[in-house]
Design a protein around this ligand. Sequence first.
Ligand SMILES: [Zn+2]
Length: 182
Amino acid sequence: MKIGLKPCPYCGGIAKGHIKTVESFKKIHNYYVVCTECGASTERYNTEFAMSQNGKFHVLTHKEAIRKTVNDWNNGIFDTKTKLLHMTGQEKMLWHTADLLKAAWYGANVLVGSLRWETAWELRKVAEERKLLSLSSGKDYDLEKVVKVLLDDSHVAELVASYLDANVAGDCKVGNRKADGK
Ligand SMILES: [Zn+2]
């Protein structure tokens, strides 16, 4: 199959497709495209696990996995690490605040008592006090929108900023060169 990959939108570098096999309880073949210069990367797709597609679960074939990762690359859809690396300060703030709020709202696995846990729950508390979120409403909230309102509050903005100072700044520097984080 002949497929053209666009040059990297971040650095103009040459992109390359990869299939990486990971031994777990069985062999998992991960498909992704990476920039050979800066390490910008698409999400990884595999041909072993079902993924949701238009509401149906489907296991990708080899061809579909290739097509998906190539389409992602050529349409500028990257993995979280790449996106974070290229966000402006403001976009980062929004992203991390939404990430924290999601953890507290959907009950993601977060180490109890950690700064992440405390910050996430403080955000949820503020959101509930301000009636931006309410469990009893049964609504399916758009947390990105909630976060935009929340961040207008200087207390919230400070809370997230200090969380980022303590946690994320360090992580990003270390993680920078290691595109293989997962
Ligand atoms: Zn690049």
